[in-house]
Design a protein around this ligand. Structure first.
Ligand SMILES: Nc1ncnc2c1ncn2[C@@H]1O[C@H](COP(=O)(O)OS(=O)(=O)O)[C@@H](OP(=O)(O)O)[C@H]1O
Length: 396
């Protein structure tokens, strides 16, 4: 009798477990992972141009009539175009300066910061507001007031208590003097702003960049040119506090055309990967405590870890979790709401394989070694961590 009872209760437990498993698999297969859609992605450049031209007369925020022929989507006028499909907490939002700016590096996963927008205490927009371009051009006139700057700074609205994040990878481009001016402008308009930098293998970064523009056929040609035109001067360069490799005169000279690629384009995409020297300029302006470095590769393999660091850095609760099955090998957001990045992101695992290039390896090697030493000096550096694995291949 006793053993019959035990048998029955075991059957009941097994059935209950099976029912739970069934319910769970049903709900997860019904779950939809929407892509961040075009509704949220407009080209901001004409809007920025409009705002810039009108920076003196432009009134903070709304209620103006755009010039004839210039269509500014309503969603922009109201600055409601945040990234997360889950509309939350929209009432009472104001124009404010960002609390966190992701300054680069382009193609290292900056777009995936869109996931932050689904955090209940964070606001983020996929479109780049490229504030420093506005400031750079506006400086021809007198410096705008914070009110005017805010009006022209193409950011979404946010609550005073929310963390407003923007990303414009272009902030890490260009020469050192321009970079410094940008960072000074950021501090001027948003004195307590924190900075986020995503790093990834510079050779892969370049490949992804060229692929985005349909120019991957030039990858090896660019490498050859960098080697021929720049390497001798770079090899003679000695890194010290007073000199930055980005200021080498060879980088100012024109390059001969490769296909239809302009000198400026080639310089931009190749020199963007000189991370150490670019970070040195950034750190001069902000110091290490206000800068968080993320690993763009780990952002794909362990997004929970990288996003957890961001949540900690800006002082919000840990809310974001990820799921891999939907768009493998790239993660999608799972909680608080399912969301994947648009199909324009995550193209490197496509049909054309990235070629090997010893020339490019040599071109970036010293900078990566310098970067590795720099990482070790950051307050949160963990020697046992698996982050930044891609850097090891540049060891001597
Ligand atoms: N979750 C998720 N989904 C898809 N893609 C992801 C994700 N996380 C990081 N990545 C990587 O982000 C790369 C694009 O980088 P960015 O967003 O910085 O590009 S951009 O500079 O804003 O154009 C993109 O590069 P490509 O694969 O070459 O397209 C991805 O490698």
């Amino acid at each position: 009798m006793g053993s019959e009872n035990v048998g029955n209760s075991q059957i009941i437990i097994v059935i209950t477990i099976l029912v739970f498993v069934l319910i769970f698999t049903q709900t997860s297969s019904n779950k939809e992972w929407p892509n961040l859609t075009s509704k949220y992605i407009h080209n901001a450049s004409n809007i920025n141009e409009f705002l810039l031209k009108n920076i003196e007369s432009y009134q903070p925020s709304h209620g103006y009539t755009p010039k004839k022929g210039l269509h500014i989507p309503e969603i922009y006028l109201n600055r409601q175009d945040t990234s997360c499909p889950l509309a939350q907490n929209e009432k009472g939002r104001i124009d404010k300066m960002p609390n966190l700016i992701a300054v680069g590096f382009g193609k290292c996963g900056t777009g995936s910061l869109s996931f932050l927008d689904c955090h209940s205490q964070i606001v983020f927009r996929f479109v780049e507001p490229a504030f420093s371009w506005l400031m750079y051009n506006a400086k021809k006139k007198k410096k705008p007031t914070t009110e005017q700057a805010l009006a022209a700074y193409n950011l979404p609205k946010a609550h005073e208590s929310e963390i407003l994040v923007e990303k414009s990878p272009g902030y890490m481009n260009g020469k050192t003097d321009k970079m410094l001016k940008r960072y000074e402008a950021m501090k001027y308009f948003s004195p307590r702003v924190k900075i986020l930098v995503l790093l990834c293998d510079p050779m892969h970064r370049l490949w992804s960049h060229l692929k985005m523009h349909g120019k991957e056929e030039y990858y090896l040609d660019f490498a050859e040119m960098a080697n021929e035109k720049w390497m001798p001067a770079m090899q003679n360069f000695t890194y010290d506090e007073r000199h930055n490799i980005l200021d080498l005169p060879v980088f100012a000279a024109d390059l001969k055309n490769i296909g239809k690629n302009s000198s400026e384009y080639m310089k931009k995409v190749l020199l963007m990967g000189l991370y150490y020297s670019r970070l040195s300029v950034l750190l001069k302006a902000f110091g290490k405590d206000r800068v968080l470095l993320l690993d763009g590769d780990n952002l794909i393999s362990d997004p929970g870890e990288e996003f957890g660091l961001v949540e900690e850095f800006v002082g919000v609760d840990k809310e974001l979790t990820f799921e891999f099955a939907t768009r493998y090998p790239y993660p999608c957001l799972d909680e608080p709401v399912p969301m994947c990045l648009p199909s324009s992101k995550g193209t490197s695992h496509g049909s054309t394989k990235q070629p090997n290039s010893t020339l490019l390896f040599n071109f970036y090697q010293k900078e990566m070694q310098m970067l590795k030493s720099l990482l070790k000096t950051f307050p949160d550096y963990d020697p046992d961590s698996n982050r930044f694995q891609w850097l090891h291949k540049y060891d001597l």
